[in-house]
Design a protein around this ligand. Structure first.
Ligand SMILES: Nc1nc2c(ncn2[C@@H]2O[C@H](COP(=O)(O)OP(=O)(O)O)[C@@H](O)[C@H]2O)c(=O)[nH]1
Ligand SMILES: [Mg+2]
Length: 236
């Protein structure tokens, strides 16, 4: 029972307020570390891109194909986030690029302190070389990663054809936080009830001027526009 007024409800509300307070403190601490990360990344000579999507939307496949196309032109590093396993970092290393695996032990998003640790490991792996682009593949989730600035310069949200074109309307916070939306696996369009127009319109309802690029990492369609976008971001 609440000591102040003897009311059960008031006490419950106070407990909820405490939880909100802790959450706000956590986000404030994250934002502070994210600003430091951004500075750190710039000192490394790089631009960082945070990739956010549901599990299986094609983030790692997109990175594999992106590295194939850019590795002779740009110096690339990758930070991978997953609840468990080193698998995605191993896939990236097979492409000849340094990759750090961060495992959250079940956590549903990366945060700025974790990425700070990852940047130090990446620098060590890079043996002092400068990076042009650092990709951060977030944990597969369309809700939680949106609230956590990692110190990236660009946030790219992927939506794959099998997921359905209603996802921007259902997960507005994530799509509203994006700098670019990629509609992935468009080679599967003949087999799914997915409308590129509807997905684009739903995204533009949240952000009228955001670029939306459809592509297939597997078949290559649309990849040129993505590569041009990245070349436009890379430091010159
Ligand atoms: N058909 C098709 N499948 C894809 C494409 N990109 C990725 N995939 C498949 O989707 C699955 C998940 O891909 P992955 O890159 O691991 O997704 P992530 O969890 O977002 O990193 C794998 O079986 C990929 O082969 C694509 O462009 N077309
Ligand atoms: Mg992956």
């Amino acid at each position: 029972m609440c000591e102040a007024c003897g009311c059960q409800q008031h006490e419950e509300r106070t407990e909820k307020e405490k939880v909100v307070d802790v959450h706000e403190q956590l986000l404030a601490a994250n934002s502070k570390q994210a600003a430091a990360n951004r500075h750190h990344i710039e000192k490394m000579g790089a631009v960082a891109i945070n990739l956010i999507s549901s599990p299986g939307s094609g983030k790692t496949s997109l990175l594999e194909q992106t590295i194939e196309r850019l590795k002779d032109r740009l110096s690339i590093g990758v930070i991978e986030g997953d609840p468990e396993t080193e698998r995605d970092a191993e896939r990236i290393r097979k492409k000849g690029v340094p990759a750090v695996q961060l495992t959250t032990g079940g956590g549903c998003h990366l945060d700025a302190p974790m990425v700070h640790g990852g940047l130090h490991v990446l620098e060590h792996m890079g043996k002092g070389r400068k990076f042009d682009l650092i990709f951060i593949e977030n944990v597969g989730n369309l809700v939680c990663p949106a609230a956590f600035d990692l110190g990236e310069h660009q946030r790219v949200v992927l939506l794959s054809v099998p997921e359905g074109s209603d996802k921007p309307a259902k997960y507005p916070a994530t799509f509203r936080s994006a700098d670019l939306v990629l509609l992935t696996k468009i080679d599967l369009l003949p087999y799914f009830d997915f409308s590129l127009d509807e997905a684009t319109a739903a995204t533009k309802l949240l952000q009228p001027t955001i670029p939306v690029l459809p592509l297939s990492a597997e078949k290559g369609e649309g990849m040129d526009a993505w590569i041009d976008y990245l070349l436009g971001l890379a430091p010159h």
